[in-house]
Design a protein. Structure first.
Length: 254
């Protein structure tokens, strides 16, 4: 029952984005293509950024952007999802904890388009293909668990403190530039690298690149993997407990 409800609400969430639009779902393809093109012009043509580790910059950049943007969309979308569905929250039989999951499912649709663009760029640049492509599913799972934990936290808190949605946007902007998406972490001193690697999204961004470009298995990084899952498990549990504790008060506040 919940599966069908989640899928149905996710479809509605995607459809709502393009309601009244002539091109409709086609914008799902246009937006990432235009974004990647703009960044490619700015950095490759404008700043003359050289290939990173013999990989064309546009491919290297897109692999990093793919994972970050779906994570950002999920956390941003989760911040306001409870408030936006206040009419459902007031129904005692509705399981409000599924709303951040609805955001995840809807964002994954756009993410699949981003991946199609990435694979298209890889083929266009004559980069070898590999079965390691399927490893991205592991990193996608990592990202979803992490995003769901954050999603539960920010969606619950935003009901009581409406500034949370704005704070989330600012923090994500800072996180975007603090994560090695546009730049290679190896340009930093070793001590700074150690600090930057504490960011759990570094593990996922790097994992996408290792799946689509470098073909390195995730078990080659046992300590990073252990650190990621310990931290993510803590965030996930804290998110679940926070949501469970605050959920009974949602209807009164909304």
């Amino acid at each position: 029952m919940q599966k069908h409800l989640i899928v149905s609400m996710a479809k509605r969430e995607v459809a709502t984005k393009y309601v009244g639009s002539l091109l409709g779902f086609i914008w799902t393809f246009i937006n990432p293509i235009v974004m990647i093109f703009v960044f490619w012009v700015v950095f490759s043509v404008g700043f003359k950024v050289q290939p990173t580790n013999d990989v064309p910059f546009v491919v290297w950049l897109t692999a990093g952007m793919a994972s970050w943007f779906v994570f950002s969309d999920i956390v941003n979308g989760s911040a306001n999802i409870i408030v936006a569905n206040a009419h459902l929250i007031k129904k005692t039989q509705f399981h409000s904890q599924i709303l951040p999951i609805v955001i995840i499912v809807s964002c994954l649709i756009t993410h699949m388009v981003f991946l199609i663009v990435l694979i298209g760029l890889i083929w266009f640049q004559n980069i070898p293909c590999s079965l390691y492509y399927f490893q991205f599913l592991y990193y996608l799972l990592c990202m979803c668990v992490l995003a769901l934990g954050f999603g539960w936290i920010v969606s619950a808190l935003n009901v009581f403190i409406r500034d949370v949605g704005q704070i989330v946007g600012v923090v994500l902007q800072i996180g975007f530039w603090a994560t090695p998406i546009f730049w290679d972490i190896n340009i930093m001193p070793q001590k700074i690298q150690t600090i930057l690697k504490l960011n759990p999204m570094f593990y996922i961004v790097q994992g996408y690149r290792e799946s689509f470009i470098y073909f390195n298995p995730f078990w080659n990084h046992p300590y990073q993997t252990l650190y990621f899952w310990v931290l993510t498990s803590i965030i996930f549990v804290v998110g679940a407990l926070t949501f469970k504790k605050l959920k009974p008060q949602f209807a009164d506040v909304l």
